[in-house]
Design a protein around this ligand. Structure first.
Ligand code: TYM
Length: 349
């Protein structure tokens, strides 16, 4: 079975963007894959060093995974800092990757802002740690939202460069295996990851501005739906969501240039596992005043049970900690195998 890996940062409350772009896909993949879902607490230090409630935020992400339907007994749910191999492999990748690659990352440019000299070194190296997260288990499939695409391209570049730089030593150590690269198979050590981004809502946009990503950090709470919002709040936010004055088009092509309409139709499609074309087949020609209540009802029916289950799980932090601990133990065992190989390839005594 192919191995799936993905991570979510424990900062701020989870949004509908996190759910549709990532967590809902995590759940769908678990029947046909072995999966590892990681709360990336090391990453959360890159933008802000001191957090008052990192432990609870970490538990909340684990609770969201489980409440959404991930079975932690069949798959591995854990937090990154409990497996020291993430940091160790990231160090080696820091020496593989080039500063120029990191400087080109749009997320780095956005988050560092104008005062780049004063951004943390961790923020710059962020994608190298992300590559290490995946490669530590030699995972091949990575479900993420569209905003992580550039980081995964960089993870592929790191794997390719490691494989090339160490090709002779990989061969000598007898650690060379067939690796899929595009259409070809080559002999190498690290697999080249496949991002899983497709679906009707790879980039969920703000409810107030269809050109901005829905984000935990947007100052306006009305711009996003949080996974723990109650039914009334969800309905209010959808009612207030920005739209244009026209009705819904009958074809997907008619959503071009109508960012807000496109976003709401995408959300409806993703929440109901349908295509946008299918949703427009039902709602095309109708007004938003009819579509919005249907969307609210759907969003509440999906999110309310998850929010409730999250609250129930959060009431027993010891239980969540035990799940994370157990996951980390399994992850550690897998990580050590890769690290043994990598230490041999690099030539550490
Ligand atoms: P993070 O914590 O910002 O977001 C978690 C996941 O949610 C997706 N996402 C969205 N998808 C669609 N629309 C949106 N508006 C939206 N907002 C967030 C993100 O794409 C992501 O999949 N760097 C990662 C975490 C990470 C990781 C990894 C992911 C660390 N190591 C290894 C995959 C593999 C991040 O900060 O995600």
């Amino acid at each position: 079975k192919p191995l799936v890996f993905s991570g979510v940062q424990p900062t701020g409350s989870l949004t509908l963007g996190n759910y549709l772009g990532a967590i809902r896909k995590f759940v769908a993949l678990q029947d046909n894959h072995d999966c590892m879902y990681c709360v990336v607490d090391l990453h959360s230090l890159t933008a802000r060093l001191v957090h008052d409630d990192l432990a609870d935020q970490t538990r909340a992400i684990a609770a969201a995974f489980i409440a959404a339907g991930i079975d932690p007994h069949r798959h591995i749910v854990f937090n990154q800092s409990r497996v020291p191999g993430h940091a160790e492999l990231a160090w080696i990748f820091n020496c593989v990757a080039r500063i120029g690659w990191m400087n080109r990352m749009t997320q780095f440019k956005d988050k560092a802002g104008k005062d780049r000299e004063n951004a943390s070194l961790g923020l710059l190296a962020y994608p190298s740690l992300m590559a290490a997260d995946i490669m530590l288990y030699r995972a091949t499939h990575v479900p993420v939202g569209d905003d992580q695409k550039q980081h995964l391209e960089l993870a592929r570049d790191i794997a390719i460069k490691f494989n090339n730089d160490f090709s002779e030593r990989i061969e000598q150590a007898g650690l060379s295996v067939p690796v899929t690269m595009g259409e070809e198979k080559v002999n190498a050590y690290f697999p080249i990851v496949e991002p899983l981004i497709e679906g009707p809502a790879p980039r969920v946009m703000s409810l107030r501005d269809g050109t901005k990503k829905m984000s935990k950090s947007d100052p306006s709470d009305n711009s996003r739906i949080n996974m723990t919002d109650d039914a009334e709040t969800i309905a209010k936010k959808i009612r207030k969501a920005k739209t244009d004055p026209d009705g819904l088009p009958t074809e997907v092509d008619g959503l071009k240039g109508r960012a807000e309409a496109d976003n709401l139709v995408g959300i409806f499609a993703a929440l109901s596992d349908r295509s946008k074309a299918d949703v427009l087949g039902e709602f095309g020609g109708r007004q938003f005043s009819e579509f919005k209540p249907a969307l609210s009802e759907l969003a509440v029916s999906v999110l309310s049970p998850i929010g409730e289950e999250m609250r129930r799980l959060m009431a027993d932090p010891g239980h969540l900690d035990a799940i994370l601990w157990n996951g980390a133990e399994q992850a550690n065992g897998m990580a050590e195998k890769t690290l043994d190989d990598v230490r041999q390839i690099v030539g550490f005594v």
